[in-house]
Ligand binder design. Sequence first.
Ligand SMILES: N[C@@H](CCC(=O)N[C@@H](CS)C(=O)NCC(=O)O)C(=O)O
Ligand code: FES
Length: 112
Amino acid sequence: MSIQDFIDSQVKSNDVVVFMKGTPQFPMCGFSGQVAQIFTLLGTDYKGINVLDSDEMRQGIKAYTNWPTIPQIFVKGEFVGGCDIVREMYQSGELQTLLEEKGIPVMGRASA
Ligand SMILES: N[C@@H](CCC(=O)N[C@@H](CS)C(=O)NCC(=O)O)C(=O)O
Ligand code: FES
């Protein structure tokens, strides 16, 4: 399987995927850490993929989305953005709305 196919299968088989530096429990960069913190606050489970484990993955995810940086967040197979976008969406409540619309449980909100 090519790296692009592997990335594709990961984003399509998990509700929320974060390509990050480090792991959900031990982020190795502040940008990845902010995203991890947001999903922890929301109580939303996600699959973390540590790009520091593989340079092929680190370059491959940037090629997959044509987005130059990490972290990268996917919801139900769709690329949402990086740290700044997700933080702004969290602050405005848009992220919570997006997750709910996709049927993903968010803490403190009734799921539809
Ligand atoms: N403004 C970015 C911050 C992320 C960022 O600048 N990431 C850098 C440093 S961790 C990066 O991924 N550089 C390319 C690389 O490390 O491969 C965002 O919103 O996600
Ligand atoms: S690893 Fe240095 S800013 Fe992310």
